[in-house]
Design a protein around this ligand. Structure first.
Ligand SMILES: N[C@@H](CCC(=O)N[C@@H](CS)C(=O)NCC(=O)O)C(=O)O
Length: 219
């Protein structure tokens, strides 16, 4: 397996955690999104959206879109499971995963930040305000769901990590790194983040522990 990744990428972080939880090892190929490696024609042939992650597994076509990759890994390598058994609980976990991944993350990706800066000429404080707004809005909604749902346990749904936890950890980590957003106002989400970070698959794939983070330009 080969994984095209970027140290600070929230979507790549999701896939790195899932691979580790499943005990799978992928060779990682780091792209520098700030330098524009994603626009290289060779990479574009693999991933026409010019985004990371892309996963190559065997000779088949490239796998793209992190949530689709998580579902692919779940179906191909079912142990340990990253979705609960109960049908309603599966929908609940998928919904919790989609809240940050689909309703917040698209607002904060590099191409949107570039557009705000280069086309709309927003200064850095205004761009940070934008990031905080969308990230905190999702954190608030996720906290409200987690705090009131009886299925919330040590993790987002019960006592083993699922794709909801993967997406929550990636979201809160991005919020901290990109705009110093503090998880303290979201106590349930923060408690789950702490529980996840005690698991090696989460901790060892943290963006700051990636080899390409060491050589990266300051944020
Ligand atoms: N929905 C996609 C998002 C992919 C995405 O936007 N990735 C970002 C990094 S987290 C990226 O590669 N951005 C490149 C750019 O915006 O130029 C997924 O979950 O895989």
């Amino acid at each position: 397996m080969k994984l095209y990744t970027y140290w600070r990428s929230q979507a790549s972080f999701r896939v790195r955690i899932a691979l580790r939880l499943k005990g799978l090892v992928a060779e990682t190929i780091a792209l520098d999104l700030l330098k524009g490696d994603q626009f290289d024609p060779t990479y574009r042939a693999l991933n026409p959206e010019m985004v990371v992650p892309t996963l190559l597994d065997g000779d088949g076509p490239p796998l793209v879109q992190s949530l689709a990759i998580l579902e692919y890994l779940e179906e191909k390598y079912p142990q340990p499971p990253l979705l609960p058994v109960d049908l309603r609980a599966r929908a609940h976990v998928r919904a919790l995963a989609q809240m940050p991944a689909m309703d917040a993350h698209p607002f904060i990706v590099p191409r949107v930040r570039r557009y705000l800066e280069q086309e709309l000429h927003l200064d850095e404080p205004a761009r940070l305000k934008w990031l905080r707004h969308w990230l905190d809005l999702a954190s608030r909604a996720i906290e409200d769901v987690l705090a009131r749902d009886p299925r919330t346990g040590r993790f987002c749904c019960g006592d083993r990590p699922t794709i909801a936890d993967i997406c929550l950890v990636a979201h809160l980590t991005s919020a901290k790194m990109l705009c110093d957003s503090d998880p303290a106002p979201y106590p349930t989400a923060r408690r789950i983040l702490d529980a996840c970070m005690q698991i090696d698959a989460f901790a060892s794939e943290h963006p700051l522990r990636q080899a390409d983070a060491q050589t990266a330009a300051p944020i």
